[in-house]
Design a protein around this ligand. Structure first.
Ligand code: X2X
Length: 350
């Protein structure tokens, strides 16, 4: 045996010994951790409870507090304030222990866990029926939830952030060419940037906190968000006069708990928290859908011109984004996107 392998050998021995010692102390510490609940569990939401999305977080926190008699106290931090407003850092902050509870859109975490973006491809879902078929497919969601666990969180339930619609200060957007030269604020998802680029727009990546002053000052001309966000944030007061309700992307709202926090709770509490998230998600989806049904009327009443594309126009938008779709399907998760496509095709045929 050479000297070199000898050293390797003894090093392995030392590592084994250290490992065994760690395991010996880990067991009682883990048992202790099960009883050690924190006084407060921090939940990040990008927007506050005046928005359906933030409301979902509020309902969840309240249900958990009531049903655990205050044992689990979830405090909501809206405005993504735990990450200084930079919503793209939510998932990495959760991994670092800064955030305990997620109630957010995976599109914001594209830089940390791109594979979670399977719901956000352009014009993937023709309607809510298709969206429901995918998010309600047990096998599909089991696979997705495994990805969430690998990303560091126990997934509990899925709400809906809402179909995203584009607005701008300059002109009605009827066909892809109309986007040429517009400065469009998008969230920190490179895919959204590419979608805008493919139609000749100039995308800029910005947090929601930065987007509002940028719209107000005219530094950007355009943004895209569900109309319930447009209404709650009063985006029409930021110079946005034209809306196209093109339904181009509809992310889930993921309710999840950081893995180590999840493991520190008793099985009984885990069950309570999971059910609370499912109940909150159900209420949140109902709220988003109710707001979706009335949004054209409410946005129009503010003096904003709302365009609802005809099927032929929708087809044009879809064609313009087809390459971006194909490229990002491969980069996000080709297998899962293909499964979603199959589920959607079946719904369309039915
Ligand atoms: O920043 C946005 O546009 C928002 C609120 O929709 C997201 O967090 C993705």
């Amino acid at each position: 045996m050479t000297r070199f392998t000898n050293i390797q050998h003894s090093r392995r021995h030392v590592l084994q010994a250290v490992g065994a010692a760690a395991a010996a102390v880990a067991l009682p510490r883990f048992a202790w951790a099960q009883g050690a609940y924190k006084a407060e569990y921090r939940m990040s939401t990008v927007v506050p409870p005046a928005f359906a999305w933030g409301k979902g977080g509020e309902i969840f926190g309240n249900l958990v507090r009531e049903r655990t008699a205050g044992r689990i106290n979830i405090k909501q931090y809206p405005g993504a304030s735990l990450v200084q407003g930079d919503q793209t850092r939510e998932l990495s902050a959760m991994r670092q222990g800064i955030i305990d509870v997620l109630c957010g859109a995976p599109i914001n975490w594209a830089g940390t866990a791109r594979e979670l973006g399977v719901f956000t491809l352009p014009f993937m879902f023709p309607d809510h029926k298709a969206w429901d078929a995918v998010t309600g497919n047990a096998a599909f969601m089991a696979e997705y939830f495994d990805l969430v666990r690998k990303a560091g969180a126990e997934p509990l339930a899925v709400g809906e952030t809402g179909f995203r619609q584009i607005s701008n200060s300059k002109r009605p957007l009827i066909k892809p060419d109309d986007l040429k030269g517009l400065k469009v604020r998008v969230v920190g998802s490179p895919m959204y940037g590419e979608i805008m680029n493919s139609m000749g727009a100039n995308p800029t990546f910005m947090s929601w906190a930065d987007a509002q002053p940028a719209l107000a000052s005219g530094a950007v001309d355009s943004q895209e968000n569900p109309l319930e966000v447009f209404l709650a944030a009063r985006v029409h007061t930021l110079g946005q006069r034209y809306v196209t309700k093109w339904n181009y992307s509809n992310d889930i709202l993921l309710f999840g708990i950081a893995n180590p926090v999840w493991q520190s709770w008793t099985a009984a509490d885990q069950r309570i928290v999971r059910e609370a998230a499912q109940d909150a998600a159900k209420q949140q989806v109902e709220l988003v859908r109710k707001l979706f049904a009335e949004d054209v009327q409410r946005v129009s009443a503010l003096g904003v011109q709302v365009h609802q594309p005809t099927p032929a126009e929708s087809n044009e938008w879809q064609i313009a984004t087809r390459r971006a779709y194909a490229r990002w399907k491969v980069q996000i998760n080709p297998g899962m996107v293909a499964k979603a496509e199959e589920i959607i095709a079946k719904v369309k045929r039915a």
